[in-house]
Design a protein around this ligand. Sequence first.
Ligand SMILES: C[S@@+](CC[C@H](N)C(=O)[O-])C[C@H]1O[C@@H](n2cnc3c(N)ncnc32)[C@H](O)[C@@H]1O
Length: 242
Amino acid sequence: MTQRVIEITSPVFLDPSTLPQVNALSSLFRHKRPLALEIGCGTGDFIVKRARLFPHINFIAIDIYNKGCLKTCRRVERYNLDNVRVIRVEARYLLSHFGPDELLSAVYINCPDPWPKKRHRRRRLVNRRFLTQLAHFLEPEGELYFATDVEDYAVEVAMTLEEMPHFVNRLRAPMAYALEDYPTSRYMRRFKEQGLPVHYIHRQRDPELNLLRAHMPELELSFSCRQEPDSNQSEEQPCRDI
Ligand SMILES: C[S@@+](CC[C@H](N)C(=O)[O-])C[C@H]1O[C@@H](n2cnc3c(N)ncnc32)[C@H](O)[C@@H]1O
């Protein structure tokens, strides 16, 4: 299904084409606070709840889905949140714009596109390479959250993390079926309403490990999103139906 791309003019939205001029992502906010990132914010249900719970943290919410970014902006504005900025941008493209010393206190990935067909699984965003890259952007003890309804995706990510020296697991098991104080996203809510389990993974970046950005696997920048004020543009509806 294709959809018309609507220009986003919200004060909480950052035009991704201006990213190269942004020296530090923390400068997008009025107050300097720890910075957290949600990858694939969808329509913003999760980030708004999280940002209201943690007003002392600045949140960047990204998605490649224009309409999702628009809805996220509307939600952020409705609650008058000064600690959220929304960017229509691909995850690795955004990471490539981080300053050399900029680190995240948390990364959230909720119900990422599952690519359930076996032959498409290599398209999944969250794999060892991406997790290694994320570790380089997390501060010591910085938190990584991953939630999915797709069991084999959860197992794959949990097992990969178990093998990686970059993260420590504070949960008693590789994954959980609930996380205290963790807000539900739109997709999570729908799955729970259908009686389907959501698998949660929570790790912390090992504070003992000294990670140098120069040693990080290179970010693949084959995809980027630019905001074109052309109402004839269309975008693919990226989310599966729920
Ligand atoms: C299945 S939806 C889930 C949305 C939301 N997290 C939720 O749980 O309700 C996955 C979202 O991730 C976005 N997405 C997928 N790959 C992405 C990437 N590489 N960078 C940024 N967003 C991405 C999609 O556009 C889509 O909106």
